[in-house]
Design a protein around this ligand. Sequence first.
Ligand code: KIV
Ligand code: NA
Length: 276
Amino acid sequence: MKTTKDFLQMKQKNEPIVMITAYDYPSAKLSEAANVDMILVGDSLGNVVLGYDSTIKVTVEDMIHHSKAVRRGAKNTFVVTDMPFMSYHLSKEEAMRSACRIMQDGDADAVKLEGADEQVLEVIKSLTAAGVPVVAHLGLTPQSVGVLGGFKVQAKDVESAKKLLEDAKKCEEAGAFALVLECIPKQLTKQVSSMLTIPTIGIGAGVDADGQVLVYHDMITYGVGRVPKFVKQYTDVQTLIEEAISNYTEEVKLRQFPEGIHSFTMKEEQLEALYG
Ligand code: KIV
Ligand code: NA
């Protein structure tokens, strides 16, 4: 399994880091088989797996449940698990306890949290000091969607771009080993990436991040509607799945399924003995 040190070296060698989200055993297993470098058990599971319209309702319990399943499917891949909404804001103790549970019960290798205000930076410091590798997350931070006023490109003006550059530096100084940059102008990604020693992992942040991450369900078109502009849909499995289930429905109604090959039989003499 790759380690935080490997990710740092990949950046130094200019080798892109591939991350994808996964939420359960099969998605983890297929991602590992496809040789991704890192898996994120994102709180986006609230949207794509649990059917909520934001990540706000996701709990530490939910994250642990899915993280464990991911670990069973990807034993040899570095797994980062999101700390969900408000699980790291009430107090430092609470944040430490949530992270501890995600690591111990959820079998994660690292945690990710959003933002860089003073309190979050303190948490990044404390977790790192306690031995928990931390991924920071700046730009569009979905747990703050209510404050940001929607899912929009962030840091487009000079002032907010400056703030992002400062925040990125602070995350690195606090001890984060990687930084997710979501939905920011590509030029800013380039600047942040060249300024930092730790790798940046972009989503909707252009090609100059040190790595990329996409949401599993978005990139294979699985149970999702309209996806953001920054998503590339590499395949469309939902059409295949819908067709398969429609065919099944029709064949059951017409008694075309199951056929002989799907059925078990009893020997003639056994039948005679049974019915006489
Ligand atoms: O929850 C998630 O999937 C994420 C990625 C979009 C970075 O945080
Ligand atoms: Na997330």
